[in-house]
Write a protein that binds this ligand. Sequence first.
Ligand SMILES: CC(=O)[C@@H](O)[C@H](O)COP(=O)(O)O
Ligand SMILES: NCC(=O)COP(=O)(O)O
Length: 238
Amino acid sequence: MTKLSVNINKIATLRNARGGNVPDVVKVALDCESFGADGITVHPRPDERHIRRSDVYDLRPLLRTEFNIEGYPAPEFIDLVLKVKPHQVTLVPDDPSQITSNSGWDTKANLEFLTEVLDQFNSAGIRTSVFVAADPEMVEYAAKAGADRVELYTEPYATNYPKNPEAAIAPFIEAAKTARKLGIGLNAGHDLSLVNLNYFYKNIPWVDEVSIGHALISDALYLGLERTIQEYKNCLRS
Ligand SMILES: CC(=O)[C@@H](O)[C@H](O)COP(=O)(O)O
Ligand SMILES: NCC(=O)COP(=O)(O)O
């Protein structure tokens, strides 16, 4: 079964716009779980523009599903993850000034750095995932560095899907096959939506987890959170 992890960054963006606690990030996370989410993803950025470090601590003891923390492994991030001990940490090569994640790791060039960082998380019993482009070589070097999983950066798939679905999915199938051959797990995320998710799933049904935030929270404005989560879950069935 492919798991749906709901990324709640955008709930925190809305909350932070007024400085109070509306909407309540923890309550929304718990409601997502009640509505069928298999996990919750957060991406605490250094400027705390959406998820704050305090949100990560607040969420940990209350979540009943899988908690996935994404981010660039700066010392403060490593410290936070080792203290909170989520089920999974996803390493993303983000510069603090980026609006959003826009590339995967060059796992070959960063092999030594990633190996050291992953070793700390692996030793703490936290499942590790490395954010990579749909490139078999990047998947291979993520496995060499000691990652339990890779997360394929799906923005190029989402952008190209409306023009030519077959061409858009082709490199993702190759990268996903490489992960399967190497015996590591497979996640995917970024710009997945109700438009493109089912086609992704049908072509790569062995994907372990998709993490989805921006489109899902936007759809919830029209459909409501419960129905939206159900519709995304329906996309993960053949
Ligand atoms: C790692 C990734 O793909 C991102 O989608 C991310 O978690 C979203 O971050 P923002 O919500 O800050 O755009
Ligand atoms: N890892 C991707 C993620 O958590 C959500 O990305 P998006 O759906 O907000 O683009």
